[in-house]
Design a protein around this ligand. Structure first.
Ligand SMILES: [Fe+2]
Ligand SMILES: [Fe+2]
Length: 186
């Protein structure tokens, strides 16, 4: 039996949500500590921390699923994947701009990494787009109003009537409020 949404609306929901966020932050922290340990020349420590960081992110995904944070119906699932792919491509162009700015600021090592991450974001965009095209199937065609709203912060694209979402709707990727979405030109 799927664990999806089992704690949503229960007395556990708040604690599980805190765990999801805490574990996601933990993943970030362990990866950062791994880099610091590398600066100390402690490769073994860095490796351990990366291992722990991966587990923390896995836990975050588990708690998010338990709370039903992301959609489980196929239509909304694929809608999210499609929006994700747009955000990944936007991530690529945003990071390339950042890399240029960092470079002209004299931070060339950081710029190299950010440039590399931009390539990875492009790869995420290609992958998620390919997956959508290959697997979304009939769910891809279900598109109510033909309207597209774009998150002005991360580039996530919402297809459909955003006004039908509740006022506390948040961008599933960057968490920004409904108000940052702008209707895309048709
Ligand atoms: Fe990405
Ligand atoms: Fe966003």
């Amino acid at each position: 039996m799927s664990i999806y949404g089992q704690t949503k609306g229960t007395e556990f929901e708040k604690q599980i949500a805190q765990l999801a966020t805490g574990e996601a932050m933990g993943g970030m922290m362990y990866y950062a500590l791994a880099r610091i340990a590398q600066d100390f020349g402690l490769e073994e420590v860095a490796k351990e921390f990366i291992g722990i960081g991966n587990q923390e992110v896995n836990h975050a995904g588990f708690y998010a699923t338990l709370n039903g944070k992301y959609p489980s119906n196929e239509k909304d699932f694929w809608k999210l994947v499609k929006g994700l792919s747009k955000a990944e491509y936007k991530g690529e162009s945003n990071l390339n701009k950042l890399a240029d700015a960092l470079r002209s600021y004299g931070l060339s090592e950081a710029a190299d990494s950010v440039e590399y991450f931009a390539l990875q974001e492009k790869h995420h965009g290609i992958k998620t787009e390919d997956i959508y095209n290959k697997y979304a199937g009939v769910n891809a065609e279900v598109n109510g109003s033909g309207k597209v709203y774009v998150c002005s912060v991360c580039g996530f694209e919402y297809e459909g009537e955003l006004d039908n979402e509740s006022d506390d709707y948040k961008c599933p990727i960057c968490g920004c409020a409904k108000g940052v979405f702008k209707l895309a030109d048709a």
